[in-house]
Design a protein around this ligand. Structure first.
Ligand SMILES: [Zn+2]
Length: 205
């Protein structure tokens, strides 16, 4: 993002977390708050504005834990935003043929060698189970690592694909993806499906 885009993101972020202003205010005299924000910008420079906005919304909504310290906000937003970008990439290759002259084009038929899979977010699984799916903030997907070697470059993504708990979907879900989610929820006992509260933990999605 450009510096202007950073300003737009920060304007949005501070409306979600107005106490950032008080924190920055307290730094005055001791630290240069402009220099602090310049470092925030540096941390987010390689992130798309739209992904950073989405990450702020997701954090505000409680999809993942808010960091304890204000100065950890940029790294947390960056990690989440990068996940959205990676998530989007998993959908762009799906139009390629999977077989050429009967030979498989990819080593891994789960992720098609991308190392990532898009799955329904635990919040959506919960909504489907609770009968609130389709309402506001209920239709989300997220990226998880594949179990194959192609996923080695995505070690920073905490969750590994597990078909006992996760349901693949396109980044922008189709009706078939919604049906697959409904089928999964009907077939799998509630205890076995993800608990959204566990989403931020490194283990046990
Ligand atoms: Zn794979």
């Amino acid at each position: 993002m450009t510096n202007d885009e950073f300003q737009r993101w920060f304007a949005h972020h501070r409306t979600c977390y107005p106490r950032i202003d008080a924190w920055l205010g307290r730094l005055k005299g001791e630290y240069d708050s402009k220099a602090v924000l310049r470092n925030w910008y540096k941390a987010l420079q390689d992130v798309d504005l739209e992904d950073a906005m989405t990450a702020t919304d997701a954090m505000f909504r409680g999809d993942f834990a808010e960091p304890r310290e204000w100065d950890q906000h940029p790294s947390t937003i960056r990690k989440s935003a990068k996940g959205f970008a990676a998530n989007r990439r998993t959908t762009t290759f799906e139009s390629k043929p999977r077989f050429i002259n009967g030979e498989p084009v990819y080593h891994c038929r789960d992720c098609l060698d991308q190392g990532l899979l898009t799955v329904w977010h635990p919040q959506s699984i919960k909504a489907m189970r609770d009968g609130t799916f389709g309402g506001t903030f209920t239709e989300y997907t997220c990226a998880v690592r594949c179990t194959c070697d192609a996923a080695n470059k995505y070690r920073w993504i905490p969750h590994v694909f597990d078909d006992r708990k996760m349901v693949p979907s396109a980044y922008r879900p189709s009706d078939e993806d919604r049906q697959a989610l409904a089928d999964f929820v009907n077939a799998v006992p509630a205890v076995q499906a993800w608990n959204p509260a566990d989403f931020n933990q490194d283990e046990g999605f």
